[in-house]
Design a binder for this molecule. Structure first.
Ligand SMILES: [Zn+2]
Length: 98
């Protein structure tokens, strides 16, 4: 059984997560008109035997998107991190001076 250590919720069975695809694929620029670049982005994927960076979403937990580094040969997980950095804490609102 594959267990993913969610940074927010702790270790959970993979049944709580949804696979979101290869995390190493980089989206072309919005105004990139090269159809070959878009073809590669949408359809072409590597199938490595070994370390692989993947997107997973914790759909039955915190709903955060994660980047999981998993070995495809034995499903061992090297690291799990949030796909996005958490928002910076806002400083308390300043009171207007009179
Ligand atoms: Zn979670």
């Amino acid at each position: 059984m594959l267990r993913i250590d969610c940074p927010c919720c702790g270790p959970r069975d993979h049944d709580e997560f949804r696979y979101g695809g290869d995390a190493s694929v980089i989206r072309p620029a919005h105004d990139d008109a090269d159809p070959e670049a878009w073809y590669r982005y949408v359809f072409v994927r590597k199938n490595p035997a070994g370390a692989h960076r993947e997107h997973w979403q914790h759909v039955l937990g915190c709903r955060q998107w994660l980047i999981v580094e998993r070995d495809t040969r034995n499903h061992s997980i090297a690291s799990v991190a949030l796909a996005r950095k958490p928002p910076a804490k806002k400083s308390p609102a300043r009171k207007p001076t009179q």
